[in-house]
Each structure stands twice: as structure tokens, then as C-alpha cells.
Design a protein around this ligand. Structure first.
Ligand code: FAQ
Length: 313
């Protein structure tokens, strides 16, 4: 680092330490910019790829009401992807570069979306557990140091909160239903519980990006702190409707008021993020196919925008 870079970096860190937001035109260290592009683009990809497991169930929703709710939720997720892509573009990367990174495997998306949604109870479990985990993380990100990311999170959190409730409503209804419905809900809980805990990322000691993320206030709380918040919130919700926690070691620590849990299977997590989860190949293949088929829409939008601009000249 030369002297100028050192001074710039100190001024930047002072701003962060004073709790100021960083805006697109502000000077920022290259590593901060790259860190944000990585995290925000992966977040955007997760929202968009996350539409696939639920999209599969629109035509099979059990009632018109359920279908309307599911449609609205999936549209929201697409919208979240769009805000996040736009916010990431303010850092000097184009949408097409981000999509290229997703397609080449350079950019990840959340591990959770590589698991299949096998039946209607899974739609409940996704809303309740997956959106529930996403909110815990995103409420914290509302105070992230990069202005456009922080502002996108405020709106996204309001919508995620509705998503979590609709998922919990599905689970509650199923637990009040027939024995078969109760078994379906429990089966979905058994399959989605552990992968939801993995959404928060590796334990803090094994999280290479956390030091910089905390120093730069991109992350306000660590992976383990957020995971614990989710566990403490969710276990009582499960017990209230009669679900069993699929973990023989979980218990409430009366002294701390926190739940402790058994070991997370990190081999499974690493295997999934390497591309070997049950649905990784299917998810990317689907995205590539529809991205290619949508090329004409992008071309038409660009042509229209050029025409409008030339009229203004
Ligand atoms: N999946 O050093 P760390 C949603 C990677 S939105 C895949 O701890 P970091 C809404 C990580 O990227 C869900 N990869 O990383 C919805 C890194 O690899 P890299 C998405 C993961 O960034 C609901 C490596 O492991 N939310 O669900 C995962 O400090 C329903 C080492 O990890 C966000 O993206 C994972 N779970 O912390 C939509 C929130 N965890 O990049 C539809 C924003 C870790 O160096 C339906 N992101 N990795 O190659 C974050 O808060 C952070 O990026 C973490 C990871 C916490 C995910």
C-alpha cells in the first residue's frame, strides 16, 4: 500500500467507525468494493434462483387463495433480485457480468435452493424456515455500511416478513389437519431444518470473509450470532404447533436462555456449495435456458430505450 492509499484507507475506516454510510460516488478501497460485489451479487442470485423450488408449485397449490399468495410471494422474490442487481451495479459491475459469473460457477447462490420442494408442506417449510432465516440475516443487513444495499434491505425485510408468516400459516394448518398432513409437515421440517441453519454460513472461526465484513460493518452480526437468533426464535414456534425438532441433542440452556443444538453437517454444506447438492445442476440449467430464451426481451428493451433517448436529443 502506498502513502496515498494508506491515508485514503484511514479516512474510509474513520467514516465507517463513525457509523456513516458509504455511497456509490464516495472513495472506497478496492477490496471493500469487491467484497460487496461478491456478497450482493450472490444475494441477488439467491433471490432469483430461489424462485425455482416454489415456482414448481404454483399450478399445484391446493386452493385459489394459496395460489394467489404463492404467486405474490414468488414475484416479490424476483423483485428483490432486481433491487439487489441494481444496487450492485452502482459498484461498477454490469448485470450481464453478474449473470455470466453465476453461469460460469464463479458466483455462488444460497445453498438452500439446491434442495427440492417435494410436496405442499415444503412450501410451508420454505416460507417459515427459509424466509425466516433470510429475515434474521437481512434485518441485520438493514444497517450495513453501503447505502444502496442498506436501503434495499429495508423494503425487502417488510416483504420477507409476510413470506415468513404465510409459510408458518401453511405449517400450522397442516398440523391442525389429518394425521397424514401432520406427517407431511413433520417430514418437511426434518428435511429443511438443518439446511436452513446452514444458510448463515460456516461457524465464525471458519468464515474467511467475516473479519473484513465486520471491520467494514458490511456485517453487523456474525454468522453464529445470527444463526443463534434464528434458532431461539424458531424452536418455540415449532413446538407451539406440535412439530418435533429433528435434533436429539437440542436443549434450552436455562442459564443463558438460548437453545443449544447438535452438530451441523458441514460436509453436506461444502458438498452443496461445490455444486453437488440434489438440485444444483437443474437450477443452473433452468436459469441458463430461460436467460437465453429471454434475450429478445432484453434486446427489445434496449432498442426501445435508445429510441426514447434519441427523441430527447
Ligand atoms: N450458501 O466467509 P463466509 C433468501 C460461502 S436470500 C452458499 O462466512 P460471508 C430469500 C460464502 O459465499 C438468501 N454459499 O462468507 C428467499 C463464501 O464463499 P465465497 C441469501 C455460502 O459472505 C427466500 C464461503 O462460503 N441471503 O433466502 C453460504 O461472509 C425464499 C465462506 O463463507 C444472502 O445472501 C450459503 N448459505 O457470509 C428467496 C444474505 N454461506 O463467496 C426465495 C447476504 C457461506 O468467498 C425464497 N449474504 N457461503 O466464494 C450474507 O449475509 C453472507 O454472504 C453469508 C455468508 C452469511 C451468506
Amino acid at each position: 500500500m502506498n502513502l496515498l492509499q494508506e491515508v485514503t484507507s484511514d479516512v474510509f475506516q474513520d467514516k465507517i467507525d463513525q457509523g456513516e454510510y458509504i455511497e456509490p460516488k464516495d472513495t472506497m478501497p478496492e477490496d471493500y468494493r469487491k467484497h460487496l460485489i461478491r456478497q450482493m451479487s450472490q444475494h441477488a442470485h439467491s433471490e432469483v434462483i430461489g424462485m425455482q423450488p416454489e415456482g414448481n408449485w404454483i399450478t399445484r397449490a391446493p386452493s385459489l387463495r394459496a395460489k394467489q399468495i404463492l404467486l405474490a410471494k414468488i414475484q416479490d422474490e424476483g423483485g428483490h433480485g432486481l433491487y439487489l442487481y441494481s444496487a450492485t451495479e452502482t459498484l461498477g459491475i454490469s448485470r450481464s457480468e453478474m449473470i455470466e459469473q453465476l453461469h460460469s460457477g464463479k458466483a455462488k447462490y444460497s445453498s438452500i435452493f439446491n434442495y427440492p420442494a417435494l410436496n405442499w408442506a415444503d412450501i410451508g417449510a420454505i416460507g417459515w424456515l427459509v424466509d425466516g432465516a433470510a429475515i434474521v440475516n437481512q434485518v441485520s443487513l438493514q444497517r450495513t455500511s453501503y447505502g444502496p444495499y442498506s436501503r434495499a434491505m429495508v423494503r425487502i425485510c417488510k416483504e420477507e416478513s409476510f413470506h415468513q408468516r404465510q409459510g408458518y400459516e401453511i405449517m400450522t394448518r397442516m398440523m391442525r389437519g389429518t394425521k397424514e398432513q401432520q406427517q407431511m409437515a413433520q417430514d418437511a421440517m426434518n428435511r429443511w431444518w438443518w439446511p436452513s441453519l446452514m444458510m448463515f454460513g460456516p461457524h465464525d472461526n471458519d468464515s474467511p470473509n467475516s473479519n473484513n465484513a465486520i471491520k467494514w460493518k458490511i456485517k453487523r452480526e456474525s454468522n453464529d450470532e445470527l444463526r443463534q437468533k434464528f434458532i431461539d426464535k424458531t424452536i418455540p414456534q415449532a413446538l407451539l404447533i406440535g412439530l418435533t425438532i429433528p435434533d436429539e441433542f437440542y436443549k434450552l440452556d436455562e442459564k443463558t436462555g438460548h437453545y443449544t443444538i447438535g452438530k451441523i453437517n458441514w460436509d453436506e454444506f461444502h458438498n452443496v456449495i461445490k455444486g453437488n447438492g440434489p438440485c444444483n445442476k437443474q437450477r443452473l440449467k433452468h436459469h441458463k435456458k430461460y436467460h437465453q430464451e429471454g434475450a429478445w426481451v432484453r434486446e427489445a428493451a434496449e432498442a426501445y430505450s435508445k429510441k426514447q433517448k434519441s427523441k430527447l436529443k
